[in-house]
Design a protein around this ligand. Structure first.
Ligand code: ZN
Length: 81
């Protein structure tokens, strides 16, 4: 897997949309490529942020209240199942 492809796959992985065979090649690339690996860790650090931001965007309602953000995140998760 090329770095360019790996970066795209990383984003998909974070969003939970990466296909299984891709996950495997991404994992192998991350093992061999320190640059992509640190990119991955950076994305992981953004995950908690995504959890609060995405439901906000989906609902189109401002969520200044963290408890409400958590509630929306749970609902978004339930919707996915
Ligand atoms: Zn790479």
């Amino acid at each position: 897997m090329e770095c360019e492809h790996a970066r795209t796959a990383l984003a998909a992985q974070v969003l939970g949309t990466l296909e299984e065979p891709e996950q495997e090649s991404l994992g192998m690339h991350l093992d061999q490529c320190p640059a992509c690996h640190s990119e991955w860790e950076e994305l992981l650090g953004l995950l908690p942020l995504l959890d609060t931001v995405m439901p906000y965007e989906l609902d189109g309602v401002p969520t200044p209240d963290p408890a409400r953000a958590v509630e929306l995140a749970r609902r978004a998760e339930a919707d996915r199942e």
